[in-house]
Design a protein around this ligand. Structure first.
Ligand SMILES: Nc1ncnc2c1ncn2[C@@H]1O[C@H](COP(=O)(O)OP(=O)(O)O)[C@@H](O)[C@H]1O
Ligand SMILES: [Mg+2]
Length: 249
């Protein structure tokens, strides 16, 4: 996290992924800046989630390369990409519903079958870190609640806490505000600003344009599996290609 702001963060060249004849990604060449809040927007089906799945190693692209801070990560499995410093959240939020809030964070970083002798000290340290992140998310009072009893927005905050448990430098968020009530959307925005000020880079897929425009430094617009425009929010808002893509003209 000590690297220069403005340095290249995540970048792809010619990223391509086809599902049964449909090009979800169609030679996407794009790069995001280190230290910034970047946004990736575009109509439904334009390939944003597939882009996240490819760059995090969850699905293998048919063609193209991905680099992170200059290093090729294309063929790496998800756990190695995570270890390189990239964390992500999911559009449909992944928490274990019948597990407590605290346990959700502990399993986020540790395989459940670690031998008891090894587990003790590590568990104490991880519990402390889990409480730290729960406090920062504002959900520490829910530590012993089962995750399924949290509101949707609180579950998203829990998922974000789980992502932060592995101390990622780059955080990919897939629709963090989707279905979340306005008060918690403000909380999520504040957190992104704080975490960015502390040195973390963001790449956010989001449909809430007020959020995208107020939060991001740089916006990339996807249409049909590739970027069609990019720039600061003020420029993107009035870009004709962007309006066309959204209106389906
Ligand atoms: N696992 C999959 N199997 C088949 N088609 C998929 C799969 N994932 C995505 N697609 C298709 O790829 C296209 C892009 O989808 P997606 O990346 O989810 O778009 P977005 O996140 O921008 O809404 C869509 O046409 C979608 O139906
Ligand atoms: Mg999506």
């Amino acid at each position: 996290m000590s690297a220069h702001k403005g340095e290249q963060s995540l970048a792809t060249v010619g990223l391509t992924k086809t599902f049964g004849g449909v090009a979800a990604l169609d030679g996407a060449t794009v790069s995001f800046r280190h230290g910034k809040v970047n946004a990736l927007i575009g109509p439904n089906g334009s390939g944003k989630t597939t882009f996240f799945n490819c760059v995090t190693g969850m699905i293998r692209p048919d063609a193209g390369r991905t680099t992170y801070r200059g290093r090729d990560i294309t063929a790496r499995p998800p756990h190695r990409i995570a270890r390189a410093g990239i964390g992500r959240s999911f559009q449909l939020c992944r928490v274990f519903p019948r597990m407590t809030v605290l346990d959700n964070l502990l399993v986020a970083v540790r395989p459940p079958n670690l031998p008891a002798q090894l587990a003790g000290a590590r568990k104490r340290e991880e519990t402390e870190r889990a409480r730290y992140w729960l406090t920062r998310m504002g959900i520490d009072h829910l530590e012993t609640a089962e995750a399924r009893n949290l509101s949707w927005g609180q579950q998203k905050l829990l998922e974000l806490a789980g992502v932060l448990m592995s101390e990622p430098e780059l955080i990919l968020l897939d629709e963090p505000a989707g279905g979340v009530n306005p008060a918690l959307i403000d909380r999520i925005c504040d957190l992104v600003r704080e975490l960015n000020a502390e040195g973390r880079t963001f790449l956010i897929v989001e449909h809430n344009m007020d959020l995208v425009m107020s939060l991001s430094d740089h916006v990339v617009v996807f249409d049909r599996g590739r970027p069609i425009a990019e720039g600061p929010p003020s420029v993107i808002q009035s870009d004709e290609r962007v309006l066309e893509a959204y209106l389906g003209v």
